[in-house]
Design a protein around this ligand. Structure first.
Ligand SMILES: [Zn+2]
Length: 281
């Protein structure tokens, strides 16, 4: 075994031990927030995808990585939901861990309608996470974990099968929008940029916010302070938090980590500035 390989293994073991102990410590101490009635979650490798019941069928919130489609199907089966029962897919933003199997899904279920913000349309078609707006990783510890993940998964390149918005899809515009009546779900959608320019959040039953990556409870023990690990513009993220907090929401259902109370956002506002971010791209 050469030196580099041995070092990689040692680092991986140490990081795994750190991750497990951090996770155990944190999951033990984390608050419990129940999902709203009828809402189902399918936990993928890093991404939680949710199913919201509609008058007819379900709305899916986000996808995982492209390679996770089979795992997603197993999750559907577990909940007794058929892929053809999905009438709508709400995309919180264009990143690889949120839109990976969107193409596969729309090919297999041709009647599904994708809901996306207007700013996401060209980003979905580009087929890779947008790096043109800069930004970075929340802090040095999390940056180190990110590098490690790259080392363990050398094929991870932030790309995804491009998705071209079709005529039947629903493109939301502006800072605040309602879903069209035919969706059968009265929900408000807020444009909540900062993590990415096209990030949107869906307010469900007035109290729950499906926020994608606008906030997260992942790696709190490493100092994430409810930010998702990567952000284009952290000031914009906090402005999005304030926008969300100006509504009646009580709970955040994030794509990464467990659901948490909305007041955590208030407590953690402006804990980081753009200068704290560690440039990644
Ligand atoms: Zn993201």
């Amino acid at each position: 075994m050469n030196g580099k390989k041995r070092l990689t293994i040692i680092i991986s073991i140490l990081a795994a031990a750190l991750l497990i102990s951090g996770y155990m410590y944190f999951s033990h101490n984390h608050e419990t927030v129940d999902l709203p009635d009828g809402v189902k979650v399918i936990p993928l490798e890093f991404t939680n995808v949710f199913l919201i019941p509609l008058e007819k069928g379900y709305m899916l919130i986000d996808n995982g990585y492209a390679k996770e489609y089979d795992r997603f199907l197993q999750g559907l089966k577990h909940h007794g939901v058929d892929v053809m029962d999905i009438g709508y897919v709400f995309i919180t933003h264009h990143h690889d861990d949120h839109v990976g199997f969107l193409n596969t899904l729309t090919v297999l279920n041709k009647s599904v309608r994708v809901i996306v913000h207007e700013t996401g349309v060209p980003l979905l078609a580009a087929g890779e996470n947008n790096t043109k707006n800069g930004g970075g990783i929340v802090n040095r510890a999390i940056y180190a974990l990110f590098r490690l993940k790259m080392l363990i998964t050398p094929t991870w390149d932030f790309s995804f099968p491009p998705y071209r918005v079709r005529k039947q899809d629903i493109v939301l515009k502006g800072e605040k929008a309602s879903l069209p009546k035919e969706v059968g779900l009265s929900a408000t959608v807020l444009h909540t940029p900062g993590h990415s320019s096209d990030s949107i959040s869906l307010i469900y039953n007035d109290r729950y916010l499906f926020g994608g990556d606008m906030a997260s409870s992942f790696l709190l023990w490493a100092g994430a302070k409810y930010l998702t690990l990567f952000n284009e513009n952290v000031g914009q993220v906090y402005a999005s938090w304030e926008k969300a907090l100006s509504t009646n929401i009580e709970f955040i259902l994030p794509a990464h980590g467990k659901p948490f109370k909305a007041e955590r956002l208030k407590e953690n506002l402006h804990k980081y500035s753009q200068d704290d971010l560690v440039a990644y791209f």
